[in-house]
Ligand binder design. Structure first.
Ligand code: ADP
Length: 478
């Protein structure tokens, strides 16, 4: 299990954030609704307070008339909103003298804070919101009455807040329900999304593990067309390539073993023969020549393998110097003239008068020419031809080796310079010659291009820049 799973990360980065937003929205809307309803209730009470106080002033016209008290009593007792608002008349001693409910009793513990506030406030109004001693929640608004010699010093309006609180509670329940539903949806869609990533990622991990453990046939089924699908394709491509390179490596080992066995068999055979015919100097000489040639072939192959391993771990160093490329090419051609004649292959070399000097490693470049000419002869049948040309083109020297041999299939051409790759198993070879040659030419900032038509022939074009001083110029190491 991963130390911190995707599900956990999603939970912290998304779900917790959504949760926090929803909690803030619910809390803020709760406060807004509460303020709205409470201030609406207060406004309603204040409006009634001002209506009643105006009415009293009108009745009394500034002083108390004879029927003022009876009219007020009637008004208070038949107060139109008495079902939900209790109207109280308060005497100058702060006691409730009449109430719309008919009970003048007010518990002494309920200290009518609104009344005291009204006495001291500039506009003569006081408000109170809180609980009575019996636990009932109320809102009270008191308006003082400025009538000379009146038995009433203030009118008090009291409303129970239970209904308002119930309405607020209901609204909060609805809002919380919606928030919970949103949270549930977010949780569900998030989990589905996380699962849709986690499951294929686990499968990819399993398949990659199997591939790493050597099961190169293992592949992942691509189910989606997104980044995960792309990852599946990439891993499958990686497995294809690994499988390919594993196959090439095995073929390489078998080719190399075969290549080593052939000269060894010849050497062993001739050595045994030479023991038996020790008194025949002609045969002895022939045997010695074969053994020397086969030993040279063996050491050439071992050198090629060593070069390859040096290239692989970056140890191949070249010794650059001013050099005449014609000398090295001429020597390589000369080395193969006799061999071509023996195999009935016509070899021609159009040597120009002179070419500019280049900076290069002459031994390595000769090795490249030998390799390419060797291939040209090797992949040609008797009666064929190999044509070597060289010329200057602008700031570069071009060497072409064209044969009329077997050719290379177009689908094999792009991979021909890849290590271990052999397009043709009918001829000896380890499949690393061109890879080594390509690396050496690249180290000279040149290139090798191959053009080929199956059944017609192959042309290898080597390009090397003229006298370009490379940055690195080191002695070769073993
Ligand atoms: P090898 O040791 O097998 O010759 P190389 O790396 O030199 O390995 O060449 C790689 C492959 O390229 C060869 O196996 C062969 O199939 C193909 N090839 C190279 N040169 C030629 C050529 N002149 N004509 C036809 N095929 C060639």
């Amino acid at each position: 299990m991963a130390a911190k799973s995707i599900a956990q990360r999603w939970f912290i980065n998304s779900f917790v954030v959504v949760l926090a937003i929803l909690v803030s929205i619910v809390t803020a809307s709760g406060m807004l609704i509460h303020n709205y309803y409470y201030s609406a209730a207060e406004q309603a009470l204040r409006a009634r307070a001002s209506t009643v106080s105006n009415m009293m002033l009108r009745y009394s016209s500034g002083s108390v008339s004879s029927n003022f008290y009876s009219e007020m009593r009637t008004y208070i007792e038949s107060f139109p909103d008495k079902d939900y608002i209790e109207l109280m008349a308060i005497d100058p001693y702060g006691e409730v003298s009449i109430t719309s409910s008919g009970f003048s009793y007010v518990n002494k513990q309920d200290r009518m804070a609104d009344y005291r506030e009204a006495l001291t406030s500039a506009d003569g109004i006081g408000t109170y919101t809180g609980k009575l001693s019996n636990g009932q929640k109320i809102m009270a608004v008191t308006q003082t009455v400025s009538i000379v010699n009146s038995e009433y010093s203030a009118m008090r309006f009291v409303v129970s807040l239970e209904t308002v609180d119930r309405v607020i509670l209901n609204m909060m329940l609805i809002i919380s329900g919606i928030a919970l539903a949103v949270l549930g949806l977010v949780l569900m869609s998030g989990l589905i999304f996380v699962r849709s990533i986690v499951r294929p990622v686990r499968e990819i991990g399993e398949a990659a593990k199997q591939i790493a453990q050597g099961d190169l046939k293992s592949r992942i089924v691509k189910e989606t067309d997104d980044e995960i699908g792309e990852l599946c394709e990439t891993i499958n491509f990686m497995a294809d390539e690994l499988e390919n390179s594993e196959r090439l490596k095995n073929e390489f080992i078998s080719s190399v073993s075969h290549e080593l066995r052939t000269p060894l068999t010849a050497i062993k055979g001739w050595a045994e023969t030479m023991v038996a015919i020790a008194d025949d100097p002609v045969m002895l000489e022939k045997g010695m020549r074969v053994i020397t040639a086969e030993t040279e072939r063996l050491s050439g192959m071992v050198e090629e393998l060593l070069d390859f391993s040096r290239i692989q771990d970056g140890r191949l160093r070249l010794s650059f110097q001013r050099m005449d490329i014609l000398a090295e090419l001429g020597e390589a051609v000369l080395m193969y003239t006799e061999k071509a004649r023996q195999e009935n292959i016509e070899m021609t070399y159009n040597e120009p008068e002179m070419l500019p000097l280049i900076y290069g490693d002459k031994n390595r470049l000769r090795q490249v020419f030998i390799n390419i000419i060797d291939n040209a002869i090797k992949y040609s049948d008797p009666g064929g031809s190999v044509k070597v040309d060289t010329f200057q083109r602008g700031e570069e020297i071009v060497i072409t080796v064209a044969d009329s041999g077997l050719g290379i299939q177009p689908e094999d051409l792009p991979r021909i310079k890849t290590k271990f790759f052999k397009a043709n198993y009918s001829r000896r070879g380890s499949g690393i010659g061109l890879a080594v040659a390509d690396e050496i030419v690249q180290m000279h900032r040149g290139s090798i291009n191959i053009e080929s038509t199956p059944g017609v022939g192959t042309t290898v074009i080597i390009t090397i820049p003229v006298l370009e001083q490379p940055e690195e110029s080191t002695e070769p190491k073993n």
